[in-house]
Design a protein around this ligand. Structure first.
Ligand SMILES: C[S@@+](CC[C@H](N)C(=O)[O-])C[C@H]1O[C@@H](n2cnc3c(N)ncnc32)[C@H](O)[C@@H]1O
Length: 338
């Protein structure tokens, strides 16, 4: 497929300065090919340390297509990489392992370590979830947190594998609390902590977002008419100097619905109340169909209505390994200074 080879060649050439910079900073996890913007929608190639993770979301790749792409990446980086191909093009977006092209070497599927700014992260080519264990487009946000957490208390909401928490700990935070309802994700967060033994220990709270953040914010937890709420951990009302809010696009639980398109406010309001006066809330919206301008307006209006006007609002874009021809990357991040 010469067109695909050419598109990858252009992407690798375009990244040369960024990759040189990242390597010099102790980072070996980054996107090598962002198909939707670089000529092959639905195809991504990511480096995670020793591993090359290829993912297709629309059309499956044949072995004849896949192997030359991998060889091209190895040549450009001057290093051998263990190939893992996860085809997510099937109806339920789960990995189809029936074809030989999906079989990776045992070494490639074993636990690996990737690095970002000198920090170690657990890398697994395949695991129980669908997404890789570290979201690469959030690297600039992790960097911001690392640079602005010295001596601060940090609350990492929807923490997943706790990369933001780890960055805060590396940046000298005096307290890091990671919150997520999935014990499996927090378990990887604990592994990430253990892979960086020089850092101070982080805290982990396994809880649904809604009861946890509403308790921290001092808001009541309301059961729906006649329904008994499941158990949730009890937390004291308190505020944090840095609050990081990066929810999934949509998720439903017994306590409420996370819906970034229709109702960002019910996530945002308690997160603002849990942010200290003079604190910073870093909030994200990864839904491509939400435009930055509309979302920013909503966010600022919500803060005003709460009597917590934003003193400064900065936009943080993903790095150049996530190019965006229209300047509207799906992952939008705002840094709100109160
Ligand atoms: C998009 S990931 C967040 C990525 C993360 N911020 C990071 O730094 O990589 C979404 C996370 O939200 C968690 N989650 C979804 N709904 C939740 C809820 N109602 N309460 C708590 N966690 C939830 C999932 O378990 C998952 O770990």
């Amino acid at each position: 497929m010469p067109a695909l080879d050419q598109a990858l060649r252009a992407a690798l050439t375009h990244r040369e300065p960024l990759l040189a910079e990242l390597h010099s900073q102790g980072t070996d996890c980054y996107r090598l090919f962002h198909g939707s913007q670089e000529g092959a929608g639905g195809l991504t190639l990511d480096r995670y340390g020793p591993q090359l993770l290829v993912q297709s979301f629309h059309q499956s790749l044949s072995r004849e297509q896949l192997l030359p792409l991998a060889a091209q990446c190895e040549q450009a980086l001057g290093t051998a990489l263990q190939l893992v191909y996860n085809d997510r093009a099937q109806g339920n977006s789960r990995i189809d392992r029936s074809d030989a092209v999906y079989q990776a070497d045992a070494a490639a599927l074993s636990d690996q370590i990737g690095r970002e700014w000198g920090l170690n992260y657990r890398v697994r080519g395949r695991h129980a979830g669908q997404d890789p264990l570290l979201f690469l487009d959030l690297r600039n946000a992790r960097s911001w947190v690392k640079a602005h957490s010295t001596g601060k208390s940090v609350l990492n909401l929807f923490a997943y594998t706790c990369g933001v928490g780890l960055s805060a700990a590396a940046g000298g935070a005096n307290e890091v609390v990671n919150l997520d309802f999935a014990e499996g994700n927090l378990a990887v967060g604990r592994e990430n902590g253990a892979l960086n033994p020089e850092l101070p220990a982080m805290q982990f709270i396994q809880s649904d977002y809604f009861p946890a953040i509403r308790q921290l914010a001092g808001l009541p937890i309301n059961a729906r008419c006649g329904q008994k709420l499941p158990h949730y951990p009890r937390l004291e009302q308190r505020q944090f100097d840095r609050v990081f809010l990066d929810p999934p696009a949509w998720a439903k639980s017994a306590f409420g619905t996370v819906d970034l398109l229709r109702d960002y406010q019910s996530l945002l309001k308690p997160a603002i109340l849990a942010t200290a006066v003079d604190g910073v809330l870093i909030c994200c919206n990864n839904l491509a169909k939400v435009a930055m301008d509309d979302w920013r307006e909503q966010v600022l209006r919500c803060a005003d209505k709460l009597g917590r006007p934003v003193r400064d609002c900065q936009v943080l874009a993903p790095a150049a390994d996530f190019p965006s021809s229209d300047g509207q990357p799906p992952l939008k991040t705002l840094i709100l200074q109160f």
